[in-house]
Design a protein around this ligand. Structure first.
Ligand SMILES: NC(=O)c1ccc[n+]([C@@H]2O[C@H](COP(=O)([O-])OP(=O)(O)OC[C@H]3O[C@@H](n4cnc5c(N)ncnc54)[C@H](OP(=O)(O)O)[C@@H]3O)[C@@H](O)[C@H]2O)c1
Length: 312
């Protein structure tokens, strides 16, 4: 099969298209004929040697975690799917997922049936960002109706899905994004948009129940003061939260997304009801994975970048 492999950490040109053996499905796994793979910042950080496997250097390896495609083989004890099912999911994260490939072996519990109203390109855009937003807003923050949430980087991959999940439970949403994303975010239902380049968000927002910190750094440092006592800040960045939760009488959590097929099923239900839809910023063929990483690393995507695998 064709796959992208990495033989050394570095710039996007370390992503090379190669012919490699098709993987085998283990006993509880299925083999997926992949039609699309989502691209995420963690793929680029891993490629550059700035995140996972920095120390273990497991070369060569196939990057990527988000897949959408068809079940073509089943392990002996894999009983959740049938051959021909259309499935999507986040594969093995944070272990190596090997999703930038024509075939991907996937633990069956990491998959769900693909929503019928989404294309494979759209479905592959969802897993990592929608699981992250779900686990942040619902598992860590218990966001509910009539609560208020501040979503930083609301136009990005995680942010635009978090906006739709927060909307689906009836929360009031503040979002930060530069002005060129505002029409997009108004359509998704953000109630109060802040152009972070022109306005300090802490002057436009106060007393929120939840902050979803996607940006980190000084954006996170300035976020504690806008949370009401008893509220919560959930951070996707791994740097320590320090004494801030105690100082501001709030809860603070760092999270790392994990695979969850049953959450993928709940996400598929929302998509089927048109309550959740990924916005596709750009599609590249698998062979142009390096160009996809270059674009991702500009840091200003609106929605998601996806690799199309069917036409590689
Ligand atoms: N912990 C976890 O499990 C986990 C899971 C998923 C993602 N993450 C991390 O979360 C981060 C975001 O991921 P993503 O997929 O959403 O990335 P992304 O799609 O590349 O994010 C791009 C967006 O970030 C916005 N942005 C950049 N700087 C901003 C700022 N200072 N204030 C407001 N918006 C800003 C950009 O908007 P403008 O064009 O307006 O600048 C753009 O729309 C990454 O670092 C990723 O590694 C962590």
């Amino acid at each position: 099969m064709k796959a992208i492999r990495i033989h050394q950490f570095g710039e996007p040109d370390v992503l090379t298209l190669e012919k490699v053996p098709v993987p085998e499905a283990g006993p509880h796994e299925v083999l997926v004929r992949a039609l699309a793979a989502g691209v995420n910042p963690v793929d680029a950080k891993t490629r550059a040697g700035k995140a996972l496997y920095r120390d273990t250097k497991p070369f060569p390896f196939i990057p990527g975690w988000d897949v959408s495609g068809l079940v073509v083989e089943k392990g002996e004890q894999a009983d959740r799917f049938n051959i021909g099912d259309e499935v999507y999911g986040m594969v093995r994260f944070p272990q190596i997922g090997s999703a930038y490939a024509e075939y991907v072996s996937v633990p069956q519990d990491h998959l769900s049936l693909k929503p019928g109203n989404l294309s494979h390109i759209e479905a592959a855009a969802l897993p990592l960002v929608s699981l992250t937003a779900w686990q942040a807003l619902f598992d860590a923050a218990n966001l509910s109706r009539n609560q208020t949430v501040l979503i930083h980087a609301a136009a990005g991959g995680v942010g635009h899905i978090a906006v739709q999940l927060a909307k689906s439970v009836g929360a009031y949403i503040h979002g930060t994004a530069s002005e060129n994303h505002h029409d997009f975010l108004l359509d998704l239902g953000v109630d109060n948009l802040i152009d972070y380049r022109k306005t300090r968000f802490e002057e436009a927002v106060e007393g929120v129940d939840v902050v979803l910190d996607i940006v980190g750094g000084e954006t996170r440092d300035r976020s504690w003061q806008v949370i009401k006592p008893g509220g919560v800040l959930v951070s996707l960045r791994s740097s320590p939260l320090g004494d801030n939760p105690k100082t501001y009488k709030v809860r603070g959590e760092n999270i790392l997304v994990h695979p969850d097929g049953s959450q993928m099923t709940q996400i598929a239900r929302l998509a089927a009801k048109n309550l959740l839809r990924p916005h596709i910023f750009r599609v590249f063929p698998l062979s142009e994975a390096a160009a996809a990483h270059h674009l991702l690393e500009t840091g200003h995507a609106e929605g998601k970048i996806v690799l199309s695998i069917s036409d590689c």
